[in-house]
Design a protein around this ligand. Structure first.
Ligand code: GH3
Ligand code: MG
Ligand code: MG
Ligand code: MG
Length: 311
């Protein structure tokens, strides 16, 4: 899946994680039953510009994963009552943490035991006493790769928009925020009209170009705080935080009119494309119910003859 990725797009994806030039500090979770060792690690990581979260009780791991959402996990190998390997297994069972790097720390110098630990879901094995430079370099390498992989995982490769899974994840997050801040939230489903006909008439590559053209158009016209996802083949989802339904409708209608004016090139010919859209305002319900209402409104927009926005 790597060769199909456009390098420019890749850089843009990584930049969304680094906010331009300065790299956002890595969030590192350290579990070590020795308080002295844990304190030492906290010192080393903090001085290297990382955000460290230290726990000494293995029972706290689930809560720490949830509350801190680490990008890298450093595990002591031997602790009273459990091993780092057992903790790694618990971590790997969670879908979301399937590829988070795990670094083991131990005085264990038996290589076969080290390899066994690695086979159970670890990525690196550092032996105590820990050399701070070695630890920092390991975290940097693992962290950088984990970030770029994550940036790829959440995007659709054709358009560079968020993919279906990540769009739903963002919707869940925005629902929580709307509740906390007591702000309105709109969700819109947008579907290109007669797209099958475009493919049949001009060919699939031209159809793909229309998808990219609409994606760019949406990115240029929506706010930085809005989220745009490719929900399905020629379906897009828009998450509009802190937006009232009437404002959402106005903005999308304006985009609809402007996009319909664009001439899409196809060899020596040109053609125009329209889309239909259904908008729903969050009413304290689940993400699924909100999606269903937006989908219902989209269905109505199609029924009304297409090239329209319905709420
Ligand atoms: P409607 O106005 O009712 O939405 O009609 P439609 O033709 O747009 O809808 P339909 O769902 O029948 O067709 C969607 C088409 O989108 C069918 C599928 O081949 C095409 N499609 C899905 N994904 C892609 C893609 O990635 N690239 C291209 N070129 N076409 C795609
Ligand atoms: Mg220990
Ligand atoms: Mg469709
Ligand atoms: Mg369609």
């Amino acid at each position: 899946f790597f060769p199909s990725v456009d390098p420019g797009q890749l850089i843009e994806k990584i930049e969304t994680y680094t906010h331009g030039n300065t790299v956002e500090p890595y969030r590192v979770l350290v579990l070590d039953d020795s308080r002295a060792q844990a304190k030492f690690m906290e010192n080393v990581l903090t001085r290297a510009g990382m955000t460290a979260h230290i726990i000494t009780d293995p029972m706290q791991i689930i809560h720490a994963l949830e509350a801190f959402s680490p990008e890298i996990i450093v595990l002591d190998m031997y602790m009273p009552g459990c091993t780092g390997m057992e903790i790694a297994r618990v971590i790997r069972q969670q879908d979301r943490l399937h590829s988070v790097p795990i670094i083991y720390l131990s005085a264990e110098d038996d290589v076969s035991k080290q390899l066994h630990a690695m086979s159970l879901g670890g990525d690196d094995f550092l032996t105590k006493p820990i050399d701070p430079k070695h630890l920092i370099a390991t975290i940097h390498n693992r962290g950088r790769r984990a970030r770029s992989l994550l940036a790829l995982m959440i995007r659709d490769s054709l358009t560079g928009l968020y993919n279906h899974t990540h769009t739903l994840h963002l919707l869940d997050q925005e629902i929580v925020k709307a509740k906390q801040k007591d702000q309105p939230l709109c969700f819109a489903m947008l579907d290109i009209d007669y797209f099958k006909k475009i493919n049949d008439t001009y060919g699939h590559p031209i159809g793909d170009r229309v998808l990219r053209s609409l994606s760019m158009f949406l990115k240029q016209r929506l706010r930085k705080t809005d989220h745009i996802g490719r929900y399905g083949g020629e379906e897009f989802a828009l998450i509009l935080p802190n937006t009232r339904e009437s404002d959402a409708k106005n903005v999308i209608n304006e985009i609809r009119e402007r996009f319909a004016e664009l001439q899409q090139p196809a060899g020596t010919q040109e053609f125009r494309v329209t889309f239909s859209c259904g908008v729903a305002t969050w009413q304290g319900e689940s993400a699924q119910s909100l999606c269903e209402r937006a989908d219902g409104a989209l269905y109505d927009a199609k029924g009304l003859g297409r090239n329209t926005v319905v709420s």
